[in-house]
Design a protein around this ligand. Sequence first.
Ligand SMILES: Cc1cc2nc3c(=O)[nH]c(=O)nc-3n(C[C@H](O)[C@H](O)[C@H](O)COP(=O)(O)OP(=O)(O)OC[C@H]3O[C@@H](n4cnc5c(N)ncnc54)[C@H](O)[C@@H]3O)c2cc1C
Length: 322
Amino acid sequence: MGQTHSTDLLIIGAGPAGYTAAIYAARASLSPVLLTGMQPGGQLTITTDVENYPGFAQAIQGPWLMEQMSAQAEHVGTKIIYDMVVSVDFTKGSPFHVTTDGGDTWIAKSVIIATGAQARWLGLPNEKRLQGAGVSACATCDGFFFRGKRVAVVGGGNTAVEEAIYLTHHADHVTLIHRRDSLKAEKILQERLFAHPKVSVIWNSAVEDIQSGGTPEAVTGLTLRDTVTGATSELAVDGVFIAIGHSPTTAMFGNQIELDAEGYIVTEPGTPRTSVPGIFAAGDVQDRTYRQAVTAAGTGCMAALDAERYIGGLIPNTKPEA
Ligand SMILES: Cc1cc2nc3c(=O)[nH]c(=O)nc-3n(C[C@H](O)[C@H](O)[C@H](O)COP(=O)(O)OP(=O)(O)OC[C@H]3O[C@@H](n4cnc5c(N)ncnc54)[C@H](O)[C@@H]3O)c2cc1C
């Protein structure tokens, strides 16, 4: 039988956004409770080298960085609970009700949602195993590791084209692979892509397999299938960036709070405030553009500061009239 608990501030999610919110909230004496979900530490726990989180001259390991954030959050007074949210009731306003997989109910004056997003993958057998060994879903994060190499980008939307253009700063050659004969990306991005001397496009092709070899094992090439003729071909590359979109983790917030067409939580521009006063969102769950550990941490800080002001009565409990 589950138990009912009360807290001033409940933080949902244990990535950079959730832990940073927890650190700020704990230091503001809010005694926050943080529910970790299934992936304590968030997305950075599935990567290796992180070279762009400020404060470290040498590359650090993603899981290590997240252990430090967790320890810091706990050290300053956060209660960390290894349970995941299955449903919420935000309809009656503050205090809000949150139910967990373990059967507990949390009643909180304010809630920070930091449940992140997951990159969409192709679902190929080798894809997961080779993450960190040539397979990536983040050019900003990993492009630097492909200096002077050949890479492929899979996808046809804005993200794929932006990632391909970004990768030209590092890689010798970038091949964009798209399963159709035209791109969905904005025209201006397409023009920049097609004009770039380091870029080529393979149309009507799907990645069927990722080849690897060497010690340590790394990506060596791709098997492509022509989506029109069915013919297969090989492409030698050192890395492949899957850019077919992200899925924000918001299924349980569906009818409770405003989401955009892709499921991201809508926040007031420049703030972590959602459509429900007292509910704040931070990190990738509300960010379709930047999706970095440092931006997640930054918005986590903003959410904690706003939650503190909300609980203290400095942010109104009602939305201003439109
Ligand atoms: C392979 C890889 C490499 C990357 N490399 C870099 C890099 O080098 N530098 C960089 O800046 N960024 C990098 N990123 C991006 C970075 O990891 C994300 O931008 C960042 O982790 C987002 O933080 P977040 O706190 O918003 O969410 P996440 O890290 O996604 O964390 C979400 C948290 O929410 C929890 N959660 C989800 N659902 C529930 C639920 N129902 N109940 C409770 N909790 C829940 C999860 O368990 C998790 O703890 C990388 C991403 C990937 C996938």
